[in-house]
Design a protein around this ligand. Structure first.
Ligand SMILES: C[S@@+](CC[C@H](N)C(=O)[O-])C[C@H]1O[C@@H](n2cnc3c(N)ncnc32)[C@H](O)[C@@H]1O
Length: 371
């Protein structure tokens, strides 16, 4: 795979294999007037694409959709009701060519990905079991990666919740915001997207791009000192974040304070099939990859007890996610293969999951209602 970027006939640079589209080249392009011209080879066939980076509609490495040249070069396009992608391994903006939604049109990973990739982005689509998340461009999700497929976790968790249009929902630990987009679009919720590590401006750009900027507010907030009024939320959800702050005994009261009576709390959190305390130590293959972090990866039963003993909530469901270990491995492989520098950051997790083979590692989905 190779891409060459030209600006008004002048060569800006060339990328081969897996790369981040025009990232890095874009500033050079933006300082000029006119349109960029991108030529590339996909599946051995040449193609070209024109893009105009001036103006806010074209932030770095987001290219215009609907370019015939891209489609011409890629004969592997397949579609489902909400999306189109290349079944042969192309990702990035090639996916966006015929995308139907703003979300699908966003792409932050490679412009052209090697056909030899082992994990096709199409492996990250499950229309039968998870129809709502399957409408979202997997390349867009990979570009926002902070942990295993967040929409699979949320869609599964939501089956144990009663989420309705107009609800005010706190998405605690939203990261780069994919789950907040999902809550606004799929459940018609008004969402407060709170996070500690990610700047609200970065998440807000994702929300604007996805067309939910008017329904999702990005806020920098720490879980133990949340700057919100008592009883101001109908629900709080937290996807792959609770393990970082939720094990403290003081956390649950901080959250239930914010819920109206009967309000719902739902978490999807990294879990173990057995408590570390019962095992006597963190298993070596897990310790090697994540150190003592895994001490916070509890069983669903432990969460149930820990929450119910407070008498602040009634636990409505506490279970391990079906195939969580397999899904986590699939996601990590996709990140390693499709994201720039993905191999370096994801290989230790891949090794951990491979050695685990589903013996200990999983995700817990826990829901409760405020008493
Ligand atoms: C593994 S990332 C997951 C992000 C996102 N939910 C996802 O699934 O892609 C964990 C998130 O938890 C957030 N987090 C960690 N500690 C936190 C704290 N004390 N208060 C609020 N958020 C916290 C981080 O900012 C980070 O974005």
């Amino acid at each position: 795979m190779s891409c060459e970027f030209r600006w008004e006939g002048r060569r800006l640079g060339r990328r081969t294999g897996q790369h981040d589209g025009m990232a890095g080249l874009w500033p050079a392009a933006r300082s000029r007037r006119g349109r960029a011209h991108l030529t590339y080879v996909a599946h051995g066939r040449p193609g070209s694409h024109r893009a105009d980076p001036s103006g806010s509609a074209f932030p770095p490495h987001r290219l215009r959709t609907g370019a015939a040249g891209v489609r011409d070069a890629c004969d592997g396009l397949v579609s489902d009701p909400g999306n189109r992608w290349c079944a042969k391994g192309c990702s990035g903006w090639i996916l966006a060519v015929s995308a139907v939604s703003a979300v699908s049109a966003v792409s932050a990973v490679s412009a052209v990905t090697a056909v030899s990739a082992v994990t096709a982005v199409t492996d990250l689509v499950r229309p039968e079991r998870l129809p709502r998340s399957s409408r979202y461009d997997p390349a867009w999700l990979l570009g926002l990666d902070m942990g295993p497929h967040p929409l699979w976790l949320l869609e599964d968790l939501a089956q144990d919740l009663d989420l309705r249009p107009g609800m005010r929902i706190l998405d605690l630990g939203t990261g780069k915001g994919a789950t907040s987009v999902f809550l606004a679009r799929e459940y018609g919720a008004r969402v407060v997207a709170a996070d500690w590590w990610i700047a609200p401006e970065e998440a807000a750009a994702v929300f604007a791009e996805a067309g939910v900027g008017d329904r999702v507010e990005a806020v920098r907030a720490e879980a133990h000192a949340l700057p919100f009024e008592d009883e101001s939320f109908d629900a709080i959800v937290s996807i792959d974040a609770f393990e970082y702050f939720g094990t403290s005994d003081t956390c649950l009261p901080c959250l239930t304070r914010l819920l109206r009576p009967g309000g719902q709390l739902g978490i999807a959190t990294a879990a173990m099939t057995r408590e570390v305390r019962d095992l006597g130590a963190v298993p070596p293959h897990i310790r090697r990859a994540v150190g003592r972090e895994a001490i916070a990866w509890h069983t669903p039963d432990r969460w149930r007890f820990q929450w119910e003993v407070t008498e602040l909530v009634r636990v409505t469901s506490a279970r391990l996610q079906r195939d969580a270990w397999r899904d986590w491995l699939l996601w990590s492989r996709a990140c390693a293969e499709h994201l720039p520098d993905g191999r370096k950051s994801h290989q230790p997790v891949i090794d951990m999951l491979t050695e685990d083979g589903g013996a200990f590692l999983s995700f817990a989905l826990v829901t409760a209602r405020k008493n």
